[in-house]
Design a protein around this ligand. Structure first.
Ligand code: SAH
Ligand code: SF4
Length: 431
């Protein structure tokens, strides 16, 4: 979601005459788009800001002005700390107000002494105020839903991104058509809780994610569709049927489970048990037998015992995820779990994370190894590390590099997989 938001902000700045630079010494404006989901992500901002300020001072000595701005969820949660710890920050905008970036920059250009902050939850939808989206390559994100009403007890999202909001169907389709017209072949539709999508159609009727996917699949030129991230309890029959019917819908689904223990899932306020989760996965796989799964896990949630953790490992052994993201529970101020009494020791969290990741990596590697010898369609998205090489993704989101001519960038090409590691594949283009 932050990659998508950053892209939309970059397009706004481009309209104002800004040009992107990768050298901070050259930058008149430095913008940090931030994440608040875990403590580590938030803390990184303050060290990055310190470094940016040194450059700001160097430039000031040369008579150049530098504007430093912060956007994203850290602003929503820690606006006062930013102004206090980094008073040299010129402005801060929350994730729902970044459409006000041009207005903010105009204000900054007039004189100001303190950090200007805008953390509104505005009644207007920011999407109505953004310049048209444009593809950056063959693969694009498209946000269709934002915010979350689930209130998992560990999570900041409902507080930082606010209540659930779904963009109208026609607006989404129009953005998708623009992305296709500017070169996109694959669209990954985004939402914090994307399968609770309930946008209005042209007649004011609420439509679900399955409807939206079917309409997107009708757009000529869209070769691949994905959606991220889904909530297990909101996977309905309609959505499952899409995995059977839509050939563009890739056979890979990120469906976070967080834990395999029902006791912990309940304490997390997740609206599903591990049994219900397994049942949803079974039904999805029945709809498309080629479907493979990915997930998010949290270890060391308050009250998690060795037995609970074992149940998480058991679930992983059953599903054999081909990729996954796993995290140590991070205590976030303002969330219910932060003040639960039975917090798990850091050392135990670390041990559990190591064990879980080893198990997850073993399945990931097994899947990658099993790909060797197969021919897979790969969408080449970027240049490889070596000259004459391109990197792309298989339908299963595996990274694959191959010797390939530049002209194949942003194209889908058949590749025979020749070797595999835990994290990537390498192969030979078949023309
Ligand atoms: N809406 C999605 C995920 C949003 S956040 C869902 O419900 O699955 C992305 C991931 O960050 C979560 O799936 C969770 O695994 C992790 N996460 C969120 N809060 C966390 C916390 N306090 N500590 C550790 N991991 C956390
Ligand atoms: Fe956070 Fe996802 Fe739970 Fe919403 S459903 S509160 S975004 S983890």
């Amino acid at each position: 979601m932050n990659v998508y938001d950053s892209h939309r902000m970059a397009l706004m700045l481009e309209n104002m005459g800004y040009v992107e630079t990768l050298d901070q010494h050259e930058a008149d404006l430095v913008l940090f788009n931030t994440c608040h989901i875990r403590e580590k992500a938030a803390e990184k901002l303050f060290s990055d800001l310190g470094r940016a300020n040194l450059i700001k001072e160097e430039r000031a000595a040369e008579g150049k002005k530098t504007i430093i701005g912060v956007t994203g969820c850290v602003v929503q949660a820690e606006d006062e700390q930013i102004a206090k710890r980094a008073p040299y920050v010129d402005f801060a905008l929350g994730p729902l107000t970044y459409h006000r970036l041009p207005e903010m920059l105009l204000k900054i250009k007039r004189k100001h002494a303190e950090t200007l902050i805008d953390t509104d939850f505005p009644p207007e939808a920011k999407f109505d105020f953004l310049p048209e989206n444009r593809a950056e390559g063959g693969c694009s994100y498209l946000a269709v839903q934002e915010g979350c009403d689930n209130f998992c007890t560990y999570c900041v999202v409902p507080y930082t991104r606010g209540a659930e909001y779904s963009r109208p169907v026609e607006e989404v389709l129009a953005e998708a058509r623009r992305l296709v017209a500017t070169g996109t072949l694959e669209i990954n539709i985004l939402g914090q809780n994307v399968n609770s999508y309930h946008g209005e159609d042209a007649h004011g009727k609420e439509r679900n994610l399955a409807y939206l996917l079917r309409r997107l699949a009708e757009i000529e030129g869209i070769k691949r569709l994905r959606y991220t991230t889904s909530y297990p309890a909101d996977v309905d029959d309609d959505l499952i049927a899409c995995h059977r019917d839509l050939e563009q819908l890739m056979p890979y689904l990120h469906l976070p489970v967080q834990s395999g223990s029902d006791k912990i899932l309940k304490a997390m306020n997740r609206r599903h048990t591990s049994g219900q989760y397994l049942d949803v996965v079974a039904r999805l796989k029945e709809a498309n037998p080629k479907l493979e799964m990915s997930s998010d896990f949290i270890v060391g949630f308050p009250g998690e015992t060795d037995k609970d953790f074992e149940q998480t490992l058991d679930l992983v052994r059953k599903i054999k995820y081909i990729q996954a993201f796993s995290f140590k529970y991070s205590r976030r101020a303002g969330t219910p779990a932060a003040v639960m009494e039975n917090q798990v020791e850091e050392k135990v969290k670390k041990e559990r994370l190591d064990i879980l990741q080893n198990l997850l990596f073993s399945y990931q590697e097994q899947f990658n190894q099993a790909s060797v010898g197969k021919v897979m369609p790969v969408l080449f998205e970027q240049y490889g590390r070596h000259k004459g090489q391109l990197i792309g993704r298989t339908p299963y989101m595996q990274n694959l590099h191959a010797k390939a001519d530049e002209s194949l960038l942003n194209h889908i090409v058949d590749v025979r997989v020749e070797s595999a590691t835990t994290n990537s594949l390498s192969g030979k283009v078949i023309l």
